[in-house]
Structures are given as structure tokens and as C-alpha cells.
Design a protein around this ligand. Structure first.
Ligand code: FES
Length: 267
């Protein structure tokens, strides 16, 4: 997770610029948790019980806030005012304290996102490897800008910063699962498949599920798919393979050296 964009800055400029940047001109207030729209919440007694289940995992109740906010998104699709209220009540925090956390991290959304949230990495490496071209293609093809959702509610789009997957640049994420080595054409085909209800497998993970399902997993309720797919691809393992071939070991800083070929102490 990374700190959120500054919403105040996004609200500057002409209305059409604000729309492209993700802040509809008539909807600026709705970007502030606690002041947002009055959409009906799906949070119920079961959700509250699950929040208490999350709290029980931590020595300090407030440590449970991050997964609790993911749970809110698994029910409501985003961090609704009702979700903030329930988190605050369960943890004995103020709504302002909960909102402060929800607005700090970009993984917490302040208005509804699509069933499939597509993040395009446009950080430096991905950008020069084609990320900027992918962003332009998808934004034009879908008719949405940053943090906007298609009219049918299936796909939302976000510019994301480095996903620590630079060895597979340019990368996309769909509901936080990696889709590696993309091109404008493959990215377009990807979102078309998602919109038509087709199955998409991540490059190094399970089959892509819906946004709400993914959020439930992030809240700490596994879906059983965590062992699907590979967790590390050849590019990520190239350094390890080379070290083994050469017999290289890492400096230990006073600790016993590890043998790259066996992973065991050399003492
Ligand atoms: S720059 Fe895109 S994953 Fe690092």
C-alpha cells in the first residue's frame, strides 16, 4: 500500500480535467469518508461478528483496523460511511481516526470501484517499457480516467506506482493479482475478457476473482486459492540461479554465511 493521492490537488483545474483525474466535479464531497454518498450498506450483524473475529487476532484491538477496512470493502465495495462508523464503534476509535487511516492508503477506496479493479503501473521503469502506452490505450478504450469505473460497473482503472514487479515490466494488477509483461493490445484484450465474464489467470497467482472476493481474502478470510499458480517466475529467480551456478554467497555481517547452493550455514 502507498499513501493516497492528494484529493485536494486533484480537485483543481477545469471540470473535464478533474473528471479525467478521478474527481467528478459534482462529486468532490463524496471523496471524503464520512461525507460520502448515502448508498445503502450491506454491513450487517455477520460483518460485525467478523470484525470482532479479526480483532481477536491482535494483542491491541486497533491493530485490526487495516484488515477490517478490507472487510468493509468486501461487503460494500468501498469504504462507506457506514463502514467507518462500524469500525470506529468496534474498536472504540473516533470516526475521524478511522477515516484518517482509510484516506492514507490507496488500497482503500472512497467510492465504488468495478468488479475488476485494474491498476496500470506507470512508475518509471514500467512507463518506459510501455506502461504509459498501456494506460493511454485502456483509458481511451474504457472511456474512464484514474479511479473511474466503466458505466457497466465491471472495470475500474487506476494509475499505480511501482508494484515491486519491475522484472516483469510493464505490469498490470487486477484486484491485486499480477498480470506480467503486458502490451497495449494484450491489456485491451484482458479488460475485454473481464467485461465479458471470461476467466483470467494471473501470471503468478490464482485465477482472478472479483474485487469483493479479493478484499475478503485481504481481510484474512482465505478462499482456498492461495496455492494456485506460481509464486515466483524465472525472472525473479534469475539472481538466485546465477549465484548457485557461481557459488556466490551473500555478506553476512557477522552471521554465519549461507551457501547459495544448499541454503545451509557454511560453518
Ligand atoms: S516500475 Fe512497475 S513494477 Fe516497478
Amino acid at each position: 500500500m502507498s499513501p493516497s493521492d492528494d484529493v485536494t490537488n486533484e480537485q483543481s483545474g477545469r471540470p473535464e480535467e478533474r473528471m479525467r483525474s478521478g474527481v467528478p466535479p459534482e462529486d468532490a464531497a463524496a471523496t471524503r469518508p464520512g461525507v460520502a454518498d448515502s448508498a445503502a450498506t450491506k454491513l450487517d450483524a455477520k460483518a460485525r461478528a467478523e470484525m470482532l473475529e479479526i480483532v481477536a487476532r491482535y494483542p491491541e484491538p486497533r491493530s485490526a483496523l487495516l484488515p477490517m477496512l478490507h472487510l468493509v470493502q468486501s461487503y460494500d465495495g468501498y469504504v462507506t460511511p457506514a463502514g467507518i462508523e462500524m469500525c470506529a464503534e468496534v474498536l472504540g476509535l473516533t470516526e475521524a481516526e478511522v477515516a484518517a487511516v482509510a484516506t492514507f492508503y490507496t488500497m482503500y477506496k472512497r467510492r465504488p470501484v468495478g468488479d475488476y479493479h485494474v491498476g496500470v503501473c506507470t512508475n518509471t521503469l514500467c512507463a518506459i517499457m510501455g506502461g504509459d502506452a498501456i494506460w493511454s490505450e485502456l483509458s481511451e478504450h474504457l472511456g474512464v480516467g484514474h479511479d473511474e469505473t466503466t458505466d457497466d460497473g465491471t472495470v475500474s482503472l487506476e494509475r499505480v506506482e511501482c508494484n515491486a514487479a519491475c522484472d516483469y515490466a510493464p505490469v498490470l494488477m487486477v484486484n491485486w493479482e499480477f498480470v506480467d509483461n503486458q502490451t497495449p493490445q494484450s491489456a485491451r484484450e484482458l479488460v475485454d475478457t473481464l467485461r465479458s465474464g471470461g476467466a483470467v489467470n494471473s501470471s503468478r497467482g490464482p485465477r482472478v476473482c472479483t474485487w469483493k472476493q479479493a478484499e475478503r481474502v485481504l481481510a484474512g478470510f482465505p478462499d482456498g486459492a492461495e496455492t494456485q499458480g506460481v509464486s515466483a517466475g524465472p525472472a525473479s529467480l534469475a539472481g538466485l540461479r546465477l549465484a548457485k551456478e557461481k557459488g556466490w554467497t551473500a555478506p553476512t555481517g557477522g552471521q554465519p554465511e549461507l551457501d547459495a547452493t544448499s541454503g545451509e550455514d557454511q560453518k
